[in-house]
Design a protein around this ligand. Structure first.
Ligand SMILES: Cc1cc2nc3c(=O)[nH]c(=O)nc-3n(C[C@H](O)[C@H](O)[C@H](O)COP(=O)(O)O)c2cc1C
Length: 175
């Protein structure tokens, strides 16, 4: 199984990337684990308007996302949403590119109140692609350990689509 995480941080060090790294570290050996962030594809991401024009480095990241068995999408909260460039990265995909894909979503931010806003944006975006994101409100705030729990379940191949994740990890806490 190929598990790909993409995080929408635009600089490093990054809490969001660290959380993505931590999450992937729980995937059992034998599965492919890949972590990318926007720093990997800057500055070319911002000037690439069509996937067919993506330079090799960006094309590799897009290909990895599209060919994943499980996708993990994390973002810092920017103005109550995902970062603009993360949205732009997903704008480069065809609408069928992620159909049926199990997706775990999470965000890091300072204001807990913005959690439901960024969740709505991420769900809406993944919903557009008909990806499989199921989030219950009781899981809206969850410990990092829960991310590991869900990824372990994905890693062992058990009922991937029935699992959902929402993590809003306050940047005031250490991740
Ligand atoms: C331009 C900008 C806008 C932000 N807007 C919000 C916001 O609306 N709500 C919020 O909770 N945090 C906001 N933050 C704080 C970041 O979400 C928070 O510091 C995040 O954990 C940073 O993640 P990173 O370390 O991966 O970059 C903003 C930060 C920046 C730089």
């Amino acid at each position: 199984m190929k598990i790909v995480a993409i995080t929408g941080n635009v600089s490093r060090p990054s809490k969001t990337r660290a959380l993505g790294e931590y999450a992937l570290s729980s995937v059992s050996p034998g599965h492919g684990r890949y972590l990318f962030d926007l720093v990997d594809v800057l500055p070319v991401l911002g000037t690439t308007l069509w996937r067919s024009e993506a330079p090799a480095g960006l094309a590799n990241v897009l290909d990895a996302i599209q060919s994943s068995d499980v996708l993990v999408v994390g973002t810092p909260v920017f103005k109550s949403s995902m970062t603009g460039l993360l949205k732009h990265l997903f704008d480069l995909f065809e609408m069928t590119a992620l159909q049926g894909r199990p997706v775990l979503i999470f965000a890091t931010g300072k204001a807990e109140a913005h959690g439901e806003h960024v969740e709505a944006h991420l769900r809406s975006l993944m919903g557009f692609f008909k990806a499989e994101v199921a989030v219950t409100s009781s899981m809206r705030w969850t410990a990092t350990s829960r991310i590991r729990h869900h990824l372990r379940n994905f890693g062992s191949g058990s009922t991937a689509n029935s699992h959902a994740l929402w993590a809003m990890v306050s940047s005031r806490r250490r991740t």
